[in-house]
Design a protein around this ligand. Structure first.
Ligand code: THU
Length: 144
């Protein structure tokens, strides 16, 4: 049976520098030939491990995946299950906030208190909680 208990919020020894650096490095690897909008993401789990991903687009446009989904897949492959922080790095004048689908994907492994660090290439732009981005969410516990 999966453990759906929300992860405790605990500061990383390096603050948020490590997770933001991981997401920034992942952005450099993004495969986004169609939108040319490069995105990197990283998730930190309750054991302190950080897993990164980038967006991977496809000639069949709807088949592309977001950086957050890519990072979560890497986390699951490494055995991680409880997300405490997410960092997303995009560019441009606007905030690169996670899309609706990714908010739900993060919800699967996080809770209302999960921190979402929205960044640009220069660093942190704005911090949210998942509860702010996805209020009254439906998660694993709703199936109980
Ligand atoms: N994208 C992400 O990977 N994450 C976000 O938070 C926003 C958007 C990607 C999807 C697509 O490859 C490109 O950015 C333009 O939407």
């Amino acid at each position: 049976m999966a453990d759906h208990t929300p992860a405790p919020r605990r500061a990383a020894p390096d603050g948020d520098a490590g997770i933001i650096a991981a997401a920034t490095a992942a952005r450099d690897l993004a495969y986004a030939p169609y939108s040319r909008f490069l995105v990197g993401a990283a998730v930190r789990t309750d054991d302190g491990a950080v897993h990164a991903g980038c967006n991977v687009e496809n000639a069949a446009y709807p088949e592309g995946i977001c950086a957050e989904a890519s990072a979560l897949a890497a986390m699951v492959m490494a055995g991680g299950r409880r997300v405490t922080e997410v960092a997303v790095v995009g560019a441009g004048d606007q905030l690169c906030t996670p899309c609706g689908g990714c908010r739900q994907k993060i919800r699967e492994f996080g809770g209302a208190g999960t921190r979402v660090l929205v960044c640009g290439p220069e660093g942190l732009r704005k911090e949210f909680t998942l509860g702010e981005l996805l209020p009254e969410s439906f998660g694993p516990d709703n199936l109980a």
